[in-house]
Design a protein around this ligand. Structure first.
Ligand code: GLA
Length: 689
């Protein structure tokens, strides 16, 4: 018996494993014959289940591969032998998704596992997760609770592409070759982390050229992903879930738990085809992709840091309105006692000492200028020097009995405590309640490095913290649907599919130096969509600005970098002269004219930011936008446009060139020579005629 789940352009098929030991993948890709379940065992040292492409399995069901589920009952019984415990049901969800549920159980242990697989005709991704149910009379420790795995055919090993880095260097590409062994990435920091993005690309060597696979985890706490290549098994098994090193979950008798979802996608094509498959899936996670939740932001952080005075903010707001900002966001420094990063996190009330009339006049002034008003918050943070900490020292994540340690002079609130979750939600409700604020930048500026075990045995700290973070975001979205939420964690420290499903835009990095930013954005767009990629124009030099290239990037260069995603401005506009503001306002207008194509068009990266010149192409139904950048002295750039209709004609937009038109075929084969309208960058718009 085979069950087939159709995707946008292919299908995923599973069958029963021998002796009902779960599901085995039997087909993944374009329509065509699904093979029978592969037969694996080759010697008395491998059982028949050991190397099969099982959808999810447990230690105790088989042994050669790592297992997704490792359990231990309180009496010491370890492992689980999972067998089918009911009917496999293939159904249809209300949204048109195909949804398979496979019930498995270990009656001896007292554990039920329901495997879920889901596909949707809108995209090519297969989602997997598991629901675990303790049916025994004792607690069961979940030493590893992952929801599934993808088995990727790879006869001669595989190239594995990762995106990782550090603060201010997020989404840097790394490549590993995996012939045999296990590659493990993850975070033990209680957040997704800057170290690794929870997504990998696997390119099998020696199999059909041009096939690549992506696997991503939707989880924002500590996590782990392993790529397991057993010698001569001819595949790489990719599995992921909450980190099994830094915490342990325990299921009380009768308790249930749903694992985070793992998403897998197979494409025949290149890295941008894979990016497109991810973006198409991510479109179904977003509540909208339009400008209502992607306004042009002006954020006053770089202009004022902690010196937030209403009069000064109003002057900045007037300048921001003039250049075309749609929302004015006051960053850190607006609340009671927050004059440096050494105090006040947790005391989320307006600083009446510095601003005796509160922020009301600022919100009103901003609105009178035709903009929305937004605020920065860091709801999970608490300063040792704060009224909140003095009142509730027990609310901070801490390891029982050990002294607390600060990072950036702050602790982290343990959202896993119900009273803390309630307090955070209450605080945000109070801030948003009067309707002045319709944009929230939610920051998180340190890892939860204390391990967060507030009581002995409170080993599931990251799980609980993360679930509460989700519940709060979900509640805010339901109660304040007009409020746009930008997710930030000291830059890109918490970006994953679960965050994408609950917020509107993300801040990929604190690095805004234009050439460095271009590199970060290049990595970002390979796995994440442009409509979430917040990017600001700031003053030069930026705080790091590593890649200065001998010549400062022009104002236009900085704007075109920000135009590649959701454009914002973080510069001190009061230091800009009238001519610079004029140039800025035409650039913002230009961006607004192409915003929908940039946010929803198909993305192609031409060259890399490390090259002398590079470009990103966004192809919409009616227009194509090409953003191009070059280094001083670089050779010219001819972009061979892709994804166009070969027979259609495309006319170059612009006053003096409006009559030039090309066929899609010409633009692909001969290419388009970038004219460098702005010396070191260009914005090329081609309209389909
Ligand atoms: C973090 C953020 C910045 C800014 C500061 C404020 O570093 O990533 O954008 O909000 O905090 O303290």
């Amino acid at each position: 018996m085979t069950w087939t789940l159709p995707t946008r352009s292919g299908r995923y098929a599973v069958a029963l494993a021998p002796r009902g030991a779960g599901l085995v993948a039997v087909g993944w890709g374009p329509d065509g014959g699904d093979g029978p379940a592969p037969v694996a065992a080759t010697s008395s040292f491998e059982a028949d289940l050991d190397l099969l492409p099982l959808e999810a399995t447990a230690l105790g069901t088989r042994n050669v591969h790592g297992a997704e589920l490792v359990v231990r009952r309180a009496d010491g019984l370890r492992g689980a032998r999972l067998v089918l415990s009911g009917e496999v049901v293939l159904g249809r969800d209300d949204d048109g998704a195909t949804h398979l549920v496979c019930p498995l159980a270990d009656e001896v242990l007292g554990l039920g596992v329901r495997l879920h697989l889901r596909t949707h005709p809108a995209h090519d991704v297969v989602e997997k997760w598991a629901e675990l149910h303790n049916t025994s009379e004792q607690p069961i420790e979940l030493l590893r609770a992952w929801g599934g795995a993808f088995t990727i055919p790879a006869v001669a090993g595989a190239a594995v592409n990762l995106l990782g880095g550090a603060w201010s260097r997020e989404f840097t590409p790394f490549e590993a070759t995996l012939g045999a062994g296990t590659l493990s990435i993850g975070s033990r920091q209680g957040i997704t982390s800057h170290t690794y993005a929870p997504v990998v690309t696997v390119v099998p060597a020696g199999t059909d050229a041009g096939v690549r696979y992506g696997v991503a985890l939707a989880w924002s706490g500590s996590w782990r992903m392993t790529l397991d290549a057993v010698p001569f098994a001819d595949h790489v098994r990719v599995a992921a879930g909450p980190d099994d090193e830094s915490g342990v979950l325990t299921l009380a008798p009768g308790e249930r738990l749903t694992t985070p979802a793992l998403a897998g996608v197979r494409v025949e094509g290149d890295a941008d085809d894979l990016a497109h498959a991810w973006h198409t899936y991510q479109a179904t996670l977003a509540r909208t992709r339009g400008p209502e939740h992607r306004p042009v932001v002006y954020n006053s952080w770089f202009a004022t840091t902690f010196d937030v005075r209403v009069e000064h903010q109003l002057e900045l707001a007037a300048a921001a309105g003039e250049v075309g900002a749609e929302v004015f966001v006051v960053d850190d420094g607006w609340f009671r006692g927050r004059t440096s990063d050494r105090a006040a996190l947790g005391d989320w009330e307006v600083d009446l000492y510095r601003n005796p009339d509160g922020l009301g006049p600022l919100a009103a002034g901003v609105r009178a200028l035709g903009m929305r008003f937004g605020l920065w918050v860091e709801p999970e943070a608490v300063s040792p020097d704060s009224d909140l900490y003095r009142a509730h020292p027990e609310w901070a994540h801490q390891v029982a009995g050990r002294p607390l340690e600060t990072l950036r002079n702050q602790y982290v609130l343990n959202l896993g405590r119900p009273e803390v979750e309630e307090w955070v939600l209450g605080t945000l409700r109070r801030l948003l309640g009067d309707g002045d604020i319709t944009y929230l930048k939610w920051d998180m500026n340190r890892s939860i490095a204390d391990g967060g075990q507030s009581v002995l045995g409170g080993d599931d700290w990251s799980w609980r913290h993360t679930q509460a973070y989700y519940r709060i975001l979900d509640a805010l979205r339901a109660e304040f649907p007009r409020v746009t939420v930008e997710a930030c964690a000291g830059g890109g420290g918490r970006i994953d599919h679960a965050v994408l499903a609950r917020t509107d835009v993300v801040w990929p990095s604190d690095e805004t130096g234009p050439r460095d930013r271009l590199a970060i954005q290049h990595g970002f767009l390979g796995v994440l969509p442009a409509w979430t990629m917040s990017s600001w124009v700031t003053d030069l030099p930026d705080l790091l600005d590593r890649d200065r290239d001998g010549a400062p990037a022009s104002l236009e260069f900085r704007f075109v970098v920000a135009m590649a995603g959701v454009l914002g401005i973080g510069a001190d506009l009061l230091a800009w002269d009238a001519a610079t503001r004029d140039r800025a306002s035409s650039l913002v207008a230009l961006y607004r004219s192409v915003r929908s194509v940039v946010h929803t068009g198909r993305v192609r990266r031409h060259g890399s930011p490390a090259d002398g010149a590079c470009a990103v192409q966004y192809t919409g139904a009616d227009s194509v936008v090409v953003l191009a950048w070059r280094r001083p002295g670089a050779a010219d750039l001819t972009v061979h446009l892709r994804d166009l209709d070969p027979d259609a004609r495309y006319r170059l937009r612009g006053d003096d060139v409006g009559t030039r038109a090309f066929t899609g075929k010409e633009l692909g084969t001969e290419g388009f020579a970038v004219g460098w309208a702005y010396r070191d960058c260009d914005v090329v718009i081609l309209d389909r005629v």
